[in-house]
Design a protein around this ligand. Structure first.
Ligand SMILES: [Zn+2]
Length: 451
């Protein structure tokens, strides 16, 4: 356990780092902007007289500066704040978990945990979470049609081995859940780290999610969470509120970009085309539409379903934490943006895991998963190549040298793109303290503050 003083110190350090980091990238964006204006005025001066190769070089230069400026803005306005919010949430966890842990232990000791909502986990599949699942099939079909018509649906992965793997896994989880309607599984060829369920058993897994997952229990956990949304009929309940429907339809174009994941990602696109306020607003509206209460419900049920299907239920938490930590994925818009890692969700998830009856040999990895990853590498390479050859709003000039070394790559820690003001790495709690906080030491759990 950490003293209040230690926690406060870390909190202050995080705040300072965040401000410093944002300021650096704002400055960088301003520098790119100045260079951009200079290049554009140069182009104007020489436009009438310049030859093809000079023009090409100037076009390339402007294009790259635009991309770099957009990138720097994206990092300053979205990636850094989100990354530091996540760190803040972990700090909150460190602070409050010891008490929570004691409470969970007490509930385990006196047996009261059995009376928790949906505590009847031995009866999964035979209990009623929410009546009327079958009524959602029609609206799900409609939503799928609509999305296809609006061009909002990315194309599907054609590799049959991958499709079979995901379908088998999802059906296995569904068969151990409270879902009573047929499941339709679609694997989308998009680099977004995303999965979503439309009402009525329509489950969509995007390629980027498979790519980001390190083992089968992680994928199973996300699938179980999405199935739980359908079991509890969350979309149906949300759609009853007119405002949500309005957001959905006025946001159709934005949603199309989010789902299909443009060349450089939605964020950069908006940074370049419209500035940032538009995207921020849209995302905030989108987040409002995602009820925190429903997320907690889907977490609880999803953890139960993954466990019931024989998977290590902490795979879900591991994936969740990984997405929260990898700055590159924070920039990508997908599952993670719809599922912000609030402190209470982590505690809720860990709690449910502790309450589940112990099972021997819960699966984490499988050879089928590893085989799928091999297939995926080929699909990814092909898609990346096709993406490169595609005409793009962002990169209209072809044959340019690649922009200067990217400032970040997916998977990088936010600390590595912003040198700390004092040159010190982010404050890390001493590792020997970890197990004392009560989180399973072997679990590589979310309590790891710096990773
Ligand atoms: Zn969710």
């Amino acid at each position: 356990m950490f003293s209040e003083a230690e926690i406060n110190l870390m909190r202050q350090a995080l705040k300072n780092r965040r401000e410093y980091c944002v300021k650096q990238f704002k400055q960088r964006a301003a520098e790119y902007d100045a260079q951009l204006k200079q290049s554009q005025s140069q182009l104007k001066q020489v436009s009438a007289t310049s030859g093809d190769s000079e023009r090409h070089n100037l076009h390339c230069n402007i294009q790259n500066l635009r991309a770099q400026k957009g990138n720097a803005e994206l990092i300053a306005q979205k990636a850094i704040p989100i990354a530091y919010d996540n760190k803040q949430a972990k700090l909150e966890l460190l602070e409050k978990w010891p008490d929570q842990y004691q409470r969970i232990r007490a509930e385990l000791a006196d047996g009261s945990y059995r009376k928790r909502r949906w505590g009847d986990v031995q009866d999964i599949g035979f209990r009623e979470i929410e009546p009327g699942q079958e009524k959602d099939i029609k609206s799900g079909q409609k939503a799928v049609e609509q999305m296809k018509k609006l061009g909002m649906m990315p194309r599907e992965v054609e590799n049959q081995a991958i499709v079979d793997y995901v379908t088998d896994l999802a059906e296995k989880v569904a068969a151990h859940s409270d879902l009573h309607i047929p499941l339709h599984v679609t694997v989308l060829n998009s680099k977004e780290v995303n999965a979503f369920a439309l009402p009525g058993g329509y489950l969509f897994i995007e390629r980027g999610l498979l790519d980001a997952a390190d083992d089968e229990s992680e994928v199973a956990g996300v699938i179980a969470h999405e199935i739980a949304h359908d079991v509890a009929r969350h979309a149906h309940k949300l759609m009853k509120k007119a405002t949500i429907a309005e957001i959905f339809y006025t946001g159709a174009e934005v949603a199309a970009m989010i789902l299909t994941g443009g060349a450089a990602g939605i964020g950069t696109y908006y940074a370049l085309q419209y500035g940032f306020s538009g995207l921020g607003l849209m995302l905030d509206l989108k987040l409002l539409g995602v009820s925190r209460e429903y997320e907690l419900e889907a977490d609880t049920l999803g953890i139960q379903y993954a466990w019931n299907a024989g998977y290590d239920p902490s795979g879900f938490v591991r994936f969740f934490d990984k997405m929260a930590t990898r700055e590159g994925y924070v920039v990508g818009i997908g599952w993670f943006h719809d599922h912000p890692p609030f402190y209470d969700r982590m505690v809720n998830a860990e709690r449910e895991i502790m309450f589940l009856p112990k099972k021997p040999q819960l699966a984490v990895q499988s050879s089928a998963f590893e085989q799928m990853k091999k297939e995926l590498a080929g699909v990814k390479q092909k898609a990346d190549q096709e993406q490169k050859d595609k005409p793009s709003l962002l990169m209209p000039e072809k044959g340019c040298p690649a922009p200067q070394a990217a400032e970040y790559k997916p998977g990088m820690q936010i600390d590595s793109i912003c040198a700390a003001p004092d040159g010190q790495p982010a404050p890390a709690p001493p590792s020997k303290q970890k197990t004392k906080s009560g989180i399973r030491p072997e679990g590589q759990s979310f309590v790891q503050y710096t990773r």
